[in-house]
Design a binder for this molecule. Structure first.
Ligand code: BJW
Ligand code: ZN
Length: 242
């Protein structure tokens, strides 16, 4: 297997997707049929879906919370946490995952692009998102204790913009010109934007690009290096620090 050499003049942006948590027991999105109880994912992960049937959407997220709660980081997460320890401010992790496992593994220089499964926010008032690990009873929609409005999962759904501060942080890191840039995508199908386009921004900044994935992704051709395999097996052996 190829190895990635990182010296004192290199910065590393890692971008992860559902595949990195698969070995922790969390199902991926497009691996099987992309359906949840016969509903297309877009129906339960979109503002239109929430508007049409908020109780159904809360049932979906309550199940996801119950499924993810007992899961723990796997060797792939732990390797990425170690890279942050080695690199400090020459490291950034942008994840599409909402399961919180990177933080549990120890990553702190972390951007959660699509939100977090264990936080909730109000659809009506400006109250900031708050921690919420509850699975709500079937058929119910929780209401805000401060304004009575409907609460919703703090997740970025299809058609919703990502937080501009998050995108700025990623963009700034990619465009820094003080060090050599390496961009690595792990466990992601490359189907969902804007994360699928980070590889192009990295290349425009002169970065070297790596993909680690169980199968070829939609944008494999955009990467300089593709390592096919499970992230829990590949990542612990991939990087050598010089
Ligand atoms: C392993 C493995 C192992 C398995 N080891 N590998 C064209 C251009 C640009 C944008 C668009 C476009 N068409 C449509 C859009 C917009 C849309 C989009 O991208 N749609 C595509 C589907 C076409 N994007 C959006 O809507 C985003 N917002 C946006 O663009 O806003 C613009 C805007 C601006 C101003 C105003 C308004 C709007 C938002 C996207 C939010 C995505 N949210 C989701 C759902 C959250 C629900 C939830 O979690 O509950 O996030 S979608 C779903 O996909 C989830 C994931 O984070 C995301 C990515 O999936 P991921 O991680 O890639 O998982 P999989 O399952 O697809 O792939 C796993 C991979 O791992 C596989 O390849 C396996 O082989 C591999 N693997 N085991 C290593 N052990
Ligand atoms: Zn409120």
């Amino acid at each position: 297997m190829e190895t990635l050499r990182i010296d004192g003049n290199t910065r590393l942006l890692v971008m992860t997707g559902a595949g990195v948590s698969a070995e922790s027991g969390i199902p991926t999105f497009r691996g099987s049929d992309g359906l949840w109880e016969n509903h297309p994912v877009e129906q339960v992960a979109s503002p239109e879906g929430f508007h049409a049937d908020p109780a159904l959407v809360w049932r979906f997220y309550s199940q996801r919370r119950t499924g993810a709660r007992p899961c723990v980081p796997n060797p792939g997460h732990l390797a990425i946490a170690e890279w942050e320890q080695m690199l400090g401010d020459r490291f950034l992790l942008a994840t599409q995952n909402v399961d919180g496992l990177h933080r549990l593994a120890g990553n702190q220089r972390l951007v959660e692009l699509h939100g977090n499964l264990f936080t909730t926010r109000c659809t009506r008032c400006e109250r900031p998102p708050f921690e919420d690990r509850l699975a709500y009873p079937e058929g119910t929609v929780p209401l805000c204790g401060q304004c009575g409005g409907r609460l919703r999962p703090n997740i970025v759904w299809f058609g919703e913009p990502l937080d501009s501060r998050d995108l700025l942080q990623v963009g700034d890191f990619l465009r820094r010109d003080d060090t050599r840039l390496v961009f690595m995508a792990v466990g992601t199908s490359g189907a969902v934007w804007p994360a699928a386009g980070f590889v192009d921004t990295a290349r425009k900044s002169g970065g070297e690009t790596w993909l680690v994935n169980a199968e070829p992704a939609e944008n494999t051709g955009r990467f300089h290096h593709f390592i096919q395999g499970r992230s829990g097996e590949v990542l612990p052996k991939l990087v050598t620090f010089e």
